[in-house]
Design a protein around this ligand. Structure first.
Ligand code: A2H
Length: 256
């Protein structure tokens, strides 16, 4: 675990329709959803890739909280992360990190979402078993073009929908070419997963290698293929896309 503080961009992914299990948990708790907006908050280091989001991952095993974020907005994330947020002036009241209710990740799967900047207007919440409760918000947005972990997880979901208890079509979302590098082409995650012969989301050693290679190459030698900063280097575009997302209210800076 890194000892230096990590700065994430917290992407606000709105739930447009809760999965039936989530709806039931919420109703049973006597909580009304009328007039409220619910957002999964995904912690990312690559805000410039948000054009290529194809789903939002939660861990079925993690317990999430639904937290009042003020002005009718509610965040869904781990308690640990909302607690951090409440000491970073990102919530209505410093020191208050009590949830409105708790919800198991498995209950959220299948919920319909709207992810800011994504080429796809409607996506689903899907399971990722390798999400750590101890990092970020416990919510990971999926960008299979540039993240080897996301690519291999999406592929596994598509190949084994029954095993994961999802509809195959939820995982049938094509990766979007966002960043180009000389070395790895337009979809570096797919390239590296094939190159390193990674077959499973559990292949953690090889995935760590692929992640390192993809991240460095993308950051230092990548060029944006789409969006407002198409043609610019990733290094230059990253802070600008991040600032735009923050300005539009679709994201905030979150440290841990
Ligand atoms: B990144 P670091 Cl396109 N458990 O966002 C597992 N992984 C998590 C997580 C958690 N609780 N919270 C965040 N992450 C992922 C985009 C992305 C990311 C791309 C390429 C690489 C990449 C889309 N997913 O990360 O351990 C999130 O995935 C590779 C560095 O703090 C987040 O950024 O260094 C990244 O890991 C944070 O990793």
């Amino acid at each position: 675990e890194a000892v230096t503080p990590q700065e994430y961009t917290g992407i606000k992914i709105q739930i447009t329709e809760f999965a039936a299990n989530a709806q039931e948990t919420i109703s049973k708790a006597g909580v009304s959803t009328d007039g409220k907006k619910f957002f999964l908050v995904a912690a990312t280091l690559r805000p410039e890739t948000m054009y290529g989001q194809t789903c939002c991952f939660v861990s079925p095993k993690i317990k999430y909280g639904i937290f009042d974020a003020g002005n009718g907005n509610y965040y869904i994330c781990t308690e640990r992360s909302f607690k951090n947020m409440c000491y970073q002036k990102l919530t209505p009241k410093r020191g208050d990190f009590s949830s409105v209710l708790d919800i198991q990740g498995s209950d959220l799967i299948g919920s319909k979402i709207h992810a800011p900047l994504s080429k796809y207007p409607e996506l689903r919440v899907l399971p990722m078993e390798t999400v750590l409760a101890s990092k970020g918000t416990g919510v990971v947005t999926c960008v299979p073009s540039d993240s080897p972990d996301d690519f291999i997880t999406m592929k596994d979901l598509y190949n084994k929908p029954e095993y994961y208890g999802i509809e195959k079509e939820w995982a049938d979302v094509e990766a979007v070419a966002i960043v180009k590098t000389e070395k790895y082409g337009e979809k570096c995650a797919e390239f590296l997963v094939n190159e390193l012969k990674i077959n499973s989301p559990k292949d953690s050693v090889q995935l760590a290698k692929a992640k390192e290679l993809a991240y460095k190459e993308g950051y230092y030698n990548g060029v944006m293929l789409l969006g407002k900063y198409a043609g610019e280097k990733v290094e230059a575009a990253k802070p600008k896309v991040k600032a735009d997302l923050v300005a539009s209210g679709d994201a905030f800076v979150y440290n841990e």
